[in-house]
Design a protein around this ligand. Structure first.
Ligand code: ADP
Length: 360
């Protein structure tokens, strides 16, 4: 297949301000998109709570152990770390890993989003801006289009890209050497990655759900960062209602803090925490309104299923991707939902939780 021309007789825009050298503190060391009209990466809503070093991370011990070995070995050899792919549901720490790894290696990181890399010209500034041994993080890498993906192949394998200048009989290929770098990709859909791209990642890590104890620990540590007092029972309650996901534990904690400040003079306890979470529709299993709306739609409109994802999504008026990425993984894991060949099916446990009678 002929490659799409990157630049037509124009020089790449090499924004130099993005190329930060190693040795700066991690919070100043993270750069965004080097120009272009692509959307900015997701703002870090809880940047204050995000761990800055690997030792500050809770859980994922086996992943951390393997990464530490790889980092130590690469540092000892003076080589860049192998490319890493993280996959798993949203909020489990993929972006956090992508920021702590460069911090451990004392190098810089550029952050991109696969949805923003619509054409090869969107990717090129990132590649030309990589400094020796630095990290390029591409979130939602499954959304990178094929034409852009092909440029990643040689960039990852040989630190080189072939830029096509001009077109027709005047077309020339320019061989551009890149500085050795590490690509960190994150995806909620590992299955959507093409085999050639997936195989170019030397390290592949799946991030799993967090235990109640791990989430409680995250809540306690973050309460200290926010200068609030949370006893163990309250931390456990927030953990129980956080769907095994650190991002949700943080969101719940921030909400309970606001609620407590406004309604209870800042005094945290289990009862206040329960009222705060009830008020925003978070139930004992941690399901929020959207999760329950999903189960309700499946039971009420589709009589419990089997129903296709698209049909459920259309009825709820939300995108199928949102349901597949953000709602279904936890429902499946909690055995409230099963995926069959014929579609999604609510389980008896789901009927019990929703306090609805099972259909005959
Ligand atoms: P993802 O990129 O997988 O969607 P993030 O890395 O953005 O998830 O994680 C969301 C938030 O959860 C982070 O800002 C951080 O505060 C918290 N978090 C994630 N993983 C951990 C962890 N292992 N220990 C402590 N906090 C974590």
């Amino acid at each position: 297949m002929a490659r799409e021309a990157i630049y037509q007789q124009s020089k790449p825009d090499m924004g130099s301000e993005m190329d930060q050298g190693p040795g700066e503190p991690p919070e100043n060391n993270v750069s965004g998109l080097p120009g272009g009209d692509a959307p900015r990466p997701r703002p870090d809503a809880d940047g204050k709570l995000r761990p800055r070093r690997m030792d500050e991370m809770v859980g994922q011990r086996d992943v951390i152990e393997r990464l530490k070995i790889a980092i130590d070995a690469a540092t000892a050899r003076g080589e860049p770390l192998g490319h890493i792919l993280f996959d798993g549901p949203p909020g489990l720490g993929k972006t956090t890993f992508a920021t702590v790894i460069p911090a451990e290696m004392n190098t810089s990181v550029q952050m991109a989003n696969g949805a923003g890399l619509r054409a090869p010209k969107d990717l090129l500034p990132y590649l030309t801006n990589v400094s020796e041994g630095s990290v390029l993080f591409i979130d939602e890498i499954h959304r990178v289009p094929k034409a852009v993906e092909e440029y990643l192949y040689t960039a990852m394998e040989d630190y080189r890209i072939d830029v096509v200048l001009g077109d027709g009989v005047n077309a020339r290929t320019l061989n551009l050497e890149l500085r050795p770098f590490t690509l960190i990709g994150a995806t909620t859909r590992a299955g959507m990655l093409s085999a050639p791209l997936r195989d170019r990642f030397q390290i592949r890590e799946h991030l799993g759900w967090y235990t109640r104890d791990e989430l409680s620990e995250i809540v306690r540590r973050n309460a200290v960062k926010l200068s609030i007092q949370v006893d163990d029972g309250t931390a456990d309650l927030i953990a129980d209602r956080s769907r095994s996901t650190p991002r949700l534990a943080n969101n719940r904690l921030l909400w309970v803090r606001d609620y407590t400040q406004s309604k209870a003079d800042g005094n945290f306890d289990r009862d206040i925490t329960r009222s705060a979470l009830d008020m925003i529709g978070i139930d004992e299993l941690g399901l929020d309104k959207q999760d329950r709306n999903y189960l309700d739609t499946l039971m009420r409109v589709f009589l419990g299923g089997p129903a296709g994802l698209d049909a459920i999504a259309h009825t709820m008026n939300v995108s199928g991707d949102t349901l597949e990425d953000e709602v279904e993984p936890f429902l499946l894991r909690s055995e409230l939902l099963v995926r069959t060949r014929r579609g999604r099916l609510a389980t008896p446990k789901a009927y019990e939780h929703m306090k609805r009678p099972m259909p005959e």
